[in-house]
Design a protein around this ligand. Structure first.
Ligand code: ZN
Length: 88
């Protein structure tokens, strides 16, 4: 899953994975502003965890769809709950 993100300094969008592809600097890949002043290592870990969680969600949902095709995850509610969890 390609998790998108955007910078609160410049407003530009990027893939969340861009932050960790070449090692996490904590800086926006567009404007270079520090996105986690003083919390680089914690932010790096959290970015990796969000990416891993997105991948885990995608693969679990695909597996569930394969074995229980009549069981439907409520995507609309999940989207709303995810937005809440993301603080958006
Ligand atoms: Zn930026």
């Amino acid at each position: 899953m390609d998790v998108g993100a955007w910078c609160g300094h410049c407003g530009e969008s990027f893939r969340l994975a861009e932050l960790v592809d070449d090692g996490f600097s904590g800086r926006c890949p567009r404007c270079g502003c520090d996105l986690a002043p003083g919390y680089g290592p914690v932010a790096s870990g959290a970015v990796h965890e969000v990416l891993a969680a997105a991948t885990a969600l995608e693969s679990a949902a695909a597996r569930l769809h394969d074995v229980a095709p009549r069981l439907h995850i409520d995507a609309r509610k999940l989207n709303a709950d995810l937005a809440d969890a993301l603080g958006e």
